[in-house]
Structures are given as C-alpha cells and as structure tokens.
Design a protein around this ligand. Structure first.
Ligand SMILES: CC(C)(COP(=O)(O)OP(=O)(O)OC[C@H]1O[C@@H](n2cnc3c(N)ncnc32)[C@H](O)[C@@H]1OP(=O)(O)O)[C@@H](O)C(=O)NCCC(=O)NCCS
Length: 149
C-alpha cells in the first residue's frame, strides 16, 4: 500500500472528526471532544493555522498531527507522520513562515522523540515556556473585566 498527502476537502470531515477523537483518546482526554462520526478512508491528518511572533514574524502552528495506529512507522524512510509534518512545513514556508510550532504532552515520549529526531527544539527545556489557558468561567470572568468604552 502507498499513501498521498493532500489538502483536506469537506468530504474528509467525517474521517478527520473520527481521528480527532482517536487522538483525544490517545491523549487521555476523550471527554473534551464534543463531535462524532463513523467510517473511514483517510488514515492520518495534520491540522494547522497561522500565528504571529512579534519577535520573528509569521509562524505556522500545528494543532494536531495524527496517524492511525496500524499505519504508524509503516513506511520506512517515508512515514505518514513525517510526510504530513513535512507538508505543513512546506506550506508554511511558502507562506513566509519562519517557524513551525506545536505542543506535546509531557508523557508522550514516543512523539517527543519523533519530533526531536526530526530536529525540533524542546522550548520547555531550552527556554522554560509554560502553556497557559483561560476557558469556562475563568474566560467569562476575564472577558467581563474588559473596560466598557
Ligand atoms: C507521532 C505520529 C504522528 C508519527 O507518525 P508516524 O507515521 O508513526 O511517523 P513516521 O512513520 O513518519 O516516523 C516514525 C519514526 O519512528 C520509527 N518507528 C519505528 N517503529 C515505529 C512504530 N511502531 N510506530 C511509529 N514509529 C516507528 C520510524 O522508523 C520513523 O523513523 P524514521 O523517520 O527515521 O524512518 C504518530 O506516531 C501518532 O499519530 N502518534 C499518536 C498521536 C500523537 O502522539 N500525535 C502527536 C501529538 S503532539
């Protein structure tokens, strides 16, 4: 079997939503996903968007990278995960991005090792960044603190 990397289409939504749940299960947070689906023909996905670094300029942020378990490490030298991430890097570079950034859970050592083997820096180790979030009530409260002009 071979595989191809391509931009997602609306018809892929069912497969992608299934894999979003699979990734959440892998990350031990399936209850966080509020969408559902069935059936598949697509075996992996990368979801990305653009952000901006005031220090460095345009950046691409990879929110998810996922390959179904039975297709991981399946294609020596041209794996699906590597190909997906490489495509995100290529698209980002075409859009003048200077970085590809993403977050990984600290227990996910296979993926941390995978990214590091491809040349990614661990910014928590090298620069000490923490990932922070406001949601739910904390987000509501924060929004309510905005001055009314
Ligand atoms: C991280 C992930 C996307 C990598 O995708 P993949 O298709 O397995 O990656 P590749 O096959 O391109 O590369 C894996 C590397 O590990 C090696 N490997 C060997 N056996 C392997 C196995 N059973 N599973 C995965 N990789 C294996 C491969 O040889 C390859 O090395 P190489 O590039 O030197 O050839 C995939 O493992 C995954 O979906 N993991 C679960 C979800 C996850 O953690 N996502 C990231 C969240 S931040």
């Amino acid at each position: 079997m071979d595989f191809m990397i391509r931009a997602a289409t609306p018809e892929d939504c069912k497969d992608i939503s299934r894999m979003i749940m699979e990734l959440a299960v892998y990350e031990n947070m399936p209850d966080q996903v509020k969408i559902s689906h069935e059936g598949y023909t697509v075996i992996g996905y990368a979801l990305f968007f653009y952000t901006y670094s005031t220090w460095k300029g345009r950046s691409v942020y990879m929110e998810d990278l996922y390959v179904m378990p039975e297709f991981r490490g399946e294609f020596p030298g041209k794996g699906v995960g590597t190909a997906l991430m490489s495509k995100v890097a290529q698209v980002g570079k075409e859009q003048q991005c200077v970085r590809l950034q993403f977050s990984v859970l600290n227990w996910n050592t296979p993926s941390l090792d995978f990214y590091k083997a491809k040349g990614a820096q661990d910014l928590t180790d090298s620069e000490g960044w923490h990932v922070l979030r406001f949601d739910g009530e904390a987000l509501d409260k924060l929004a309510q603190m905005a001055p009314k002009n």
